[in-house]
Design a protein around this ligand. Structure first.
Ligand SMILES: Nc1ncnc2c1ncn2[C@@H]1O[C@H](COP(=O)(O)OP(=O)(O)OP(=O)(O)O)[C@@H](O)[C@H]1O
Ligand SMILES: [Zn+2]
Ligand SMILES: [Zn+2]
Length: 803
């Protein structure tokens, strides 16, 4: 028997399987989807068994060295999905497979220097390096000329050699447990024990009555019966109990109690919406539903009801939510309804915790997976439903290989399993909405809030007028007034500050110098906490200069409005207000996000001030005011979705106010009050906005009228980039149909990142069946250069970002 293995070397001409012999002792074990260790050149690397075959054309195949999994980590469905994904997103098969499993089991091989003789044969410098051990990781070797040439000599003399070790990072957590041995199960206890051994008798009796023949943690037996470990040990020695290691899960929600989440009677609107979904569940039909429901219309309840049906029929469901709305509140709604049937996959979990949640799915111990983007790969085999909440969210697109969109994957899986997919949002993306209008998706609508409360009235304030009036503060008069009013009434407010397109930077007031990253063409951002300026693209940082590096003036200050600055101003203007600030700085510690929100929910603060993370998902009855401090910061980004994103964000934030009995209100501060995004958001008019935006897209030749593909080429040498970009552009122009437009090459909006100059070509097309093939050819053509770290070519189908 032979295995076709996709090996983990994402470089060179190896986007194809390699054949390995399956040793006899493994032949009954190996199945497609398992991870294996195989020899590859001088080293051993990890791979996935793709297929098992009777024969091979390859002479002298080497045998598989080891198997890492007792059960396949990739189901046959996921293997198939991976192939599709690799082609569609133009990436390596191995990259697609790796992205479907938790990071904890994505093993990497390590390069290691191993001594073949005694330490003292080495030159002193290297002796120090080895410190008496016979192995050193290559990463620990100082990469300087002297040491490297000594290493080279030692390798040539065969004093040491390079080996590769594959480390499986998984560490399953286990706890000691015991179970009854067979002889105890089949006999009367008095036959195996002296009746005077009362405690031992009690233990065996307990095990008979409680354990159902399964193992029980030793700790629990000790606690329940108040016996010492010695009693149990004696029973083990007598072979009456068998000791076992029980796998235990790191449960991030272990110490939390989930209140059973009430199951309200559905409103008429909800009933109508649920009906066609239930029908398609019953008919086992793949129907893509687009559920457009205004904020607070009870979409989540629809999800819960549909999942309920799915679980009843013994099937499984996946629920995707954007990372930032995967709040404890959200988790509680699912855990509160379905309890231990739910696994939560969340990036804030440690990689061990994530792995444990994944294993619950893999071992069919849960039926529902709730999680961010990558949860779409949950290894269920009997899917009955997939849900994408806030389907318009940009974070569903992965901005790294494989550049997939979770919606695209969900639809693929829905089709595979013949089950419905629900895409829900108050502001569906224009692309999805257009598809629904054309009947590709089935449109379901919830136009009203659950208890028929009105959507909150929106005030627009023109910040230019404020400035003319002499108001230099971040807050308009009207917003400040309303904040004071809420304080008096003991109601809560949220203040939203857009993170994107708006950051604090430093500038010299005398000469106009601004600090830029020396490796990227981007301004450095000021961080108040450690008084440093940092690059958000490459991580470069430096201490805030006290004098201007150009003119040595001491008038160097930071500009822009960060949350910290707003908070300072807020405490000055409203000293009595209790403010909770939520941004990257206050939520970086594990669990802090949750703490802040719980505290706000308990009413321990009056104002919640934050960035994107407070825009969605929050459902607090006492919030009656939502303020948006600078609505237009995102409007001017070089991105054709800027207007759409602005509209969506304004609508989402507005939706936080007045969700319960108390009526809500919204204040939007802007410099461009007449912009259609802002005007339609004011009137909660999604359809009118979409209509106007469609016109804009048609004119500009953007989605949904055209599809886009973005090719970015980067290299340290600007001439090389230009030449290659030209070559690629003209190759594309020659191979694609005349109706397709190839724009560029042009300099990317961020012209340099990590010392590499960047150029891009944009492809706009309507019908180009061979495009992915052609792009895959281009990727293959430059693989060697990319592997050698010279060129960096990224191909992004349906891009969400244009930087
Ligand atoms: N049928 C119902 N009867 C009473 N209350 C309900 C009903 N359905 C939902 N709710 C409650 O109404 C509130 C809003 O519902 P939900 O959060 O599901 O809306 P949503 O459409 O998901 O909102 P958003 O898009 O703004 O996040 C919640 O507190 C929910 O518990
Ligand atoms: Zn200066
Ligand atoms: Zn940088």
């Amino acid at each position: 028997m032979y295995a076709r293995v996709i090996v983990d070397v994402a470089a060179g001409q190896i986007n194809k399987p390699f054949d390995y012999a399956i040793p006899d002792e493994l032949s009954h074990l190996i199945r497609p989807g398992m991870r294996v260790i195989v020899p590859f050149g001088p080293r051993k690397i990890q791979g996935f068994v793709w297929k098992v075959a009777e024969s091979t054309d390859v002479p002298n195949v080497k045998p598989i060295a080891d198997v890492l999994d007792p059960h396949p980590v990739l189901t046959s469905e996921l293997l198939e999905l991976g192939e599709w994904l690799a082609k569609e997103t133009v990436c390596f098969l191995i990259t697609a497979f790796q992205s479907m499993i938790p990071a904890a089991i994505r093993a990497k091989s390590k390069k290691i220097l191993q001594l073949n003789s005694e330490n003292d044969q080495l030159p002193p410098v290297l002796q120090v390096l080895f410190q008496g051990k016979h192995k050193v990781e290559w990463d620990k070797v100082p990469k300087e000329k002297g040491t490297l040439s000594l290493v080279k000599q030692a390798l040539e003399k065969n004093i040491m050699e390079v080996v590769y070790e594959v480390k499986d990072k998984t560490r399953k957590k286990t706890i000691p447990a015991v179970k009854l041995s067979r002889e105890v199960r089949d006999q009367s206890l008095l036959d195996v024990l002296d009746s005077r051994a009362k405690k031992q008798y009690a233990v065996l009796d307990y095990m008979r009555n409680h354990s159902d023949g399964k193992s029980v943690p030793i700790q629990r037996v000790m606690e329940d019966l108040a016996v010492t470990r010695q009693v149990i040990r004696t029973l083990i020695q007598k072979n009456l109990l068998i000791e076992e290691e029980l796998e235990s899960y790191r449960d991030p929600y272990e110490n939390r109690e989930f209140h059973t989440f009430p199951r309200p009677a559905l409103t008429e609107g909800q009933t109508n919406v649920l009906e066609p979904i239930v029908q398609s569940l019953e008919k086992k039909e793949h129907v893509p539903f687009l559920l457009r429901g205004v904020t607070g219309s009870g979409k989540t309840e629809i999800y819960l009801r549909a999942i309920e049906r799915v679980i009843k029929t013994g099937k499984e469901a996946i629920v995707l939510v954007p990372e930032i709305s995967l709040t404890p509140q959200m988790v509680e709604r699912f855990k509160g309804r379905f309890g231990s049937k739910v696994a939560v996959l969340h990036s804030a979990l440690s990689s061990g915790e994530k792995y444990d949640e994944w294993r619950k799915i893999h071992r069919k111990e849960v039926q529902v997976a709730v999680g961010a983007r990558s949860a779409v790969f949950a290894p269920f085999e009997n899917l009955g439903l997939l849900i994408i909440d806030e389907e318009h969210e940009g974070s569903y697109k992965q901005e790294d290989h494989p550049r997939y969109h979770a919606r695209q994957v969900a639809l693929w899986r829905g089709k595979y399993h013949g089950c419905p997919v629900i895409m829900g949002s108050a502001t569906p993306s224009l692309e999805s909405y257009a598809r629904a209008k054309r009947g590709v998706y089935r449109l379901l609508e919830l136009p009203e809030r659950v208890n028929n409360t009105a959507l909150p009235p929106v005030h627009i304030t023109d910040m230019r007028t404020e400035l003319k009036k002499g108001n230099r503060s971040v807050f308009s008069e009207i917003l400040l007034e309303k904040l004071k009013d809420r304080l008096q009434k003991n109601e809560q407010s949220v203040l939203f500050l857009n993170r994107r397109g708006y950051s604090t930077f430093i500038m010299c007031r005398d000469c106009g110098y601004t600090a830029e990253c020396p490796h990227c063409e981007i301004t450095l951002t000021y961080h108040h906490n450690d008084r440093k300026i940092k690059c958000h693209y490459c991580g470069y940082e430096e201490i805030l200069p006290s004098l201007c590096p150009e003119c040595h003036s001491d008038q160097i200050r930071f500009f822009g409005t960060g949350t910290q600055k707003v908070e300072q101003e807020l405490t000055k203007l409203l000293p009595e207000a209790r403010v909770i600030r939520m941004d990257v700085d206050t939520t970086s510690r594990k669990g802090s996000h949750e703490k802040l929100l719980t505290s706000f929910g308990r009413g321990e603060a009056d104002i919640l001030l934050g960035t994107q993370m407070i825009a969605k998902g929050l459902d607090f009855p006492k919030i009656t005011l939502a303020g948006i401090l600078a609505a237009d910061t995102m409007l001017h980004l070089p991105d054709f979705r800027a207007s759409e994103r602005t509209f969506q964000l304004l609508t989402q934030v507005s939706g936080r106010a007045g969700r319960d009995k108390l009526a809500g209100e919204v204040v939007i501060q802007t410099y461009t009050p007449d912009h259609y995004s802002i005007q339609y958001a004011k009137h909660h008019d999604y359809e009118a906005f979409m209509l106007e935006e469609m016109g804009q897209r048609k004119q500009g030749g953007y989605p949904p009228y055209y599809y886009l593909a973005l090719v970015t080429i980067a290299h340290e040498d600007v001439v090389q980039v230009m030449k290659t970009a030209e070559k690629i552009a003209s190759y594309l122009k020659n191979s694609l149909s005349p109706e397709t437009k190839v724009l560029g090459p042009t300099v990317s909006p961020i012209a340099r990142i990590k010392d590499r100059y960047r150029y891009q070509c944009m492809i706009k097309y309507r019908n180009e069946p061979n495009l992915t093939d052609i792009l895959n050819q281009i990727a293959a053509r430059y693989q060697k250069e990319m592997a050698a770290d010279k060129f960096f070519i990224s191909i992004d189908m349906n891009p969400q970002m244009f930087m």
